[in-house]
Design a binder for this molecule. Structure first.
Ligand SMILES: *Cc1c(COP(=O)(O)O)cnc(C)c1O
Length: 493
């Protein structure tokens, strides 16, 4: 191990639970002596809400409280602390200027019940962001309401269902390739459709033949992730879309991975009817840990009547919300979406410009292909093609020494890197899915690559070292199954 590099060491302090700290009677404040009569709590609150004793409540000084939470925050690992190659998640750096914009008091403080005439600037941002996303994707209309990629999928599928119902038959099935993101079959199913899996070919892609075989007049849509979860571009998408359209079905494209495509190709030009974006991946919202997010949905003109309520309309230089839309699928969440995230995306798009977005995608592709080319041979590459924004290896070569993808991922932490996504996509046994994003310098990628090569050597010469990793973290192998099955969420004194 090369200690010049990253790796956990030094002054990262241990910290017990807050309940285990402090001392009886210690306080984080000091107030002057009361010079008025002490009020009786029972005159203020109903007695049933008044506790005599707060057993086990931590009593601490101010500095101890500050240190407690500061120490815990230092245990966190995020994009601001280091490389985070978590495939399918686009954990890229989010420029701080976009955070600043979202925090401007007039944006942060705007109230959803504020009359439209006093929120013109905010509504204009919603309107213009819809236009920008339409331009990036080639879709005719966009809604910004859904709060996650998965909710965007459900919104899109509900619109497809409403459209088909208007034509007399909502149909029964949705085709989903085996390389799709797991949320795709889930959303289809939530929308009442039966999921029919389509096998990808030996190139890890959809073949027109496979679609032809499964496509019939019971199929409502094909839901396709592009680039797919192997990081490969679905290069038969136009032909496939034609086959589906001929039989009256629609194409849903999961565009969560738009970080690979911005400024390079427009999904709307490839026969796609509905597309969702993940603003919290591609467009500058930090994510992880469950949100908040934003999963806008773009549609072609023939689906515009079904968009969720309300839609924003521009009249002269004024903006307003329109609710009178009889064909709309209705509301998919409260108010107008996660507005702060929309501001970040708006600011990101304006500050990057068209050329900047294109360059971001090109660098994301370059970085992924650099890692792919340098690690190929050291790690097995089951689909050996140029990739888009991520590349998928597996643990086949290390398996012969008894080392698995999980062991490799754990050992990477000793080298100071967040592990990549493992065991996904499901079509690759023992997958290691690496997405470097555009925001990393070559030096960082080289450190990561060298660490991966080193781990491959260790797997051969000292497999036990890798199997028992991580060694330099605060805790090593946790019982993840037990933690999930029996979470301990309550502390008892
Ligand atoms: C992340 C992701 C999703 C789901 O997005 P959420 O915001 O987590 O619901 C869907 N599809 C793909 C391809 C993704 O990468």
């Amino acid at each position: 191990m090369n200690d010049k590099w990253l790796g956990a060491s030094g002054l990262v302090l241990n910290e017990p639970l807050i309940f285990e700290k402090g001392a009886k009677g210690r306080k984080a404040y000091s107030l002057p002596k009361l010079d008025v009569e002490k009020a009786n709590p029972e005159d203020i609150w109903p007695p049933k809400f008044i506790r005599d004793e707060l057993e086990g409540f931590p009593e601490m000084s101010e500095v101890d409280v500050v240190r407690h939470f500061t120490r815990l925050s230092q245990w966190n690992y995020g994009v601001d602390s280091g490389f985070y190659p978590l495939g399918s998640c686009t954990m890229k750096y989010n420029p701080k200027v976009n955070e600043e914009m979202a925090r401007l008091p007039d944006f942060a403080g705007v109230h959803p019940y504020q009359p439209e005439e006093f929120a013109q600037g905010a509504i204009q941002i919603i309107y213009e962001l819809e236009q920008y996303l339409g331009e990036v994707s080639g879709m005719d209309r966009v809604t910004l309401q859904p709060s996650a990629g998965a909710q965007g999928e459900l919104t899109g599928m509900l619109m497809i269902r409403a459209y088909l119902m208007d034509r007399g038959n909502p149909r029964k099935k949705v085709l989903v390739p085996d390389t799709a993101h797991g949320t795709n079959p889930a959303s289809s199913s939530l929308c009442g459709y039966q999921v029919v899996q389509v096998k990808s070919d030996e190139r890890g892609r959809l073949s027109p033949r496979a679609i032809e075989e499964k496509m019939d007049e019971d199929v409502a849509a094909l839901m396709v992730t592009n680039p797919n979860t192997l990081g490969l571009f679905e290069d038969h998408i136009c032909e496939v879309a034609q086959i589906v359209h001929q039989k009256g079905g629609l194409i849903y494209c999961d565009g969560a991975n738009l970080n690979a495509l911005m400024g390079l190709i427009r999904v709307g030009d490839m026969g796609v009817d509905v597309l969702h974006f993940n603003l919290h991946k591609t467009f500058s919202t930090p994510h992880g840990g469950g949100g908040p997010g934003a999963g806008p949905v773009g549609v072609k003109a023939h689906l515009a009547d079904y968009l969720p309520l309300p839609v924003v309309v521009k009249e002269g230089d004024r903006f307003r919300f329109e609710y009178n839309r009889p064909k709309s699928i209705g509301k998919v969440r409260s108010f107008y979406g996660n507005f702060g995230i929309l501001v970040r995306a708006y600011s990101y798009i304006l500050s990057m410009g068209a050329e900047g977005l294109k360059k971001a995608s090109l660098l994301a592709l370059l970085n992924a292909n650099y890692i792919r080319a340098r690690l190929k041979g050291t790690y097995h590459l089951p689909y050996d093609f140029p990739c888009m924004h991520e590349c998928v290896f597996n643990d086949k070569l290390q398996n012969q020494f008894g080392v698995t993808a999980l062991d490799i991922a754990k050992r990477l932490m000793d080298y100071g890197f967040h592990p990549p996504t493992i065991y996904f996509p499901l079509v690759v046994h023992g997958a290691l899915m690496i997405e470097p994003t555009e925001s990393e310098a070559k030096e960082t990628l080289d450190q990561f690559i060298e660490s991966m090569i080193q781990i491959a050597k260790e797997a051969e010469t000292d497999p036990e070292l890798v199997r028992s990793a991580p060694h330099r973290t605060k805790v090593s192998r946790l019982d993840e199954v037990l933690a999930n099955r029996k979470p301990k969420l309550r502390w008892k004194p």
